[in-house]
Design a protein around this ligand. Sequence first.
Ligand SMILES: Cc1ncc(COP(=O)(O)O)c(C=O)c1O
Length: 394
Amino acid sequence: MLSFYQKHLNQLKTGDQFRSLKKISSPQERILSHQGKDYLNFASNNYLGLANHPKIKAAMIEGVERYGVGAGASRLINGSLQPFHDLEKKIARWKNSESALLFNSGYQANLGVLSCLLQEGDLILSDELNHASMIDGMRLSKAKKKVYPHFDLDVLKSLLQEARQEMSADQKILIVTESVFSMEGDIAPLQEILDLAEEFDAWIYLDEAHAVGVLGAHGAGLAETLWEHPAFSTRLIQMGTLGKALGCFGAYIAASQVLIDFLINHTRTFIFATALPPAVACAASQALEILQEESERRERLWSNMRFFQEAVSTLKLAQGISVQSPIVPVIVGENQKALEMSQKLFQQGFWVTAIRPPTVPVGKARLRLTLMSDHQKEDIKSLVEFLNFNKDDL
Ligand SMILES: Cc1ncc(COP(=O)(O)O)c(C=O)c1O
């Protein structure tokens, strides 16, 4: 049996698709320490530098002292701990929604919710570049699925038109999209998608994993910029994670109370899983306060994004680099080239990961650079110098 797996691993190595883990011995910060050497971290989703924040650590320690370590069982079995309810209330207020429900991770939220939200006869319309966790959830759904090209509103509209002609009024349509795409860093045309949802009586499932903390006046994500839209409170289901800009772990759905009650009763990744450690919810509550109060973190992040955009636009790279969010892909094409560039960066003291299929389409391997509020201008300058020096390979 092992020979099967060994052969498969060898094939991955031949195709430059083999993945392995690199140990680090420092917290998740601007500098990562690996085998005694320091690296500038341009690979983390810890956009606001909260993962090692002293107040959040203190909240977690206090949570452990008060509630212990483990939750003991699913929240439906042995009681639902107070910190979960406190955090859900805060999230609902922040996301301007009636209610919220915590999940153990973004992957589990997407998997569980998308598999149970729609029924046979319903339809899911999914952006082609949606995250694997959403794809897996949709695959488990009994609804019909159609994929539309990335951000192609014309195709989306014609799929909606077609569907509404064929489907009865009580059959549901759900448009599924990320707001900031995790591997592209581009931002979904949410206003137009909400307009289409209004016109064709559809719902929207919005994954804000990479938008919360980054977009919106209160860091509540892309949806925050559209609170006034009529579809916001009636058609939008907001998903977000606690492990990226919030620096903690876990995820949530923010939606109407009816939908949240439905999820509590039907989402298998919620019902059949031990709840998060309560101290994680204590930490995330504190992180949410800091995210809203310390808006200068978001300002520093945006200042770094502008600085990086200006610096790279002076380079004569074969491809343009567009900085729309803290995620900046530099697409190099072949897996081997992406690996070589990432290794070169590593040798120069930069931690930048090569992203290869199946995470991205074949032939679109890339370096995925991520910016953080804690980066200094000098860090960004040195990265841009590296890109300039290697521009013939980019
Ligand atoms: C867009 C998107 N959704 C969901 C997830 C999963 O979230 P989590 O890491 O909390 O499982 C991720 C990241 O891993 C992501 O990038």
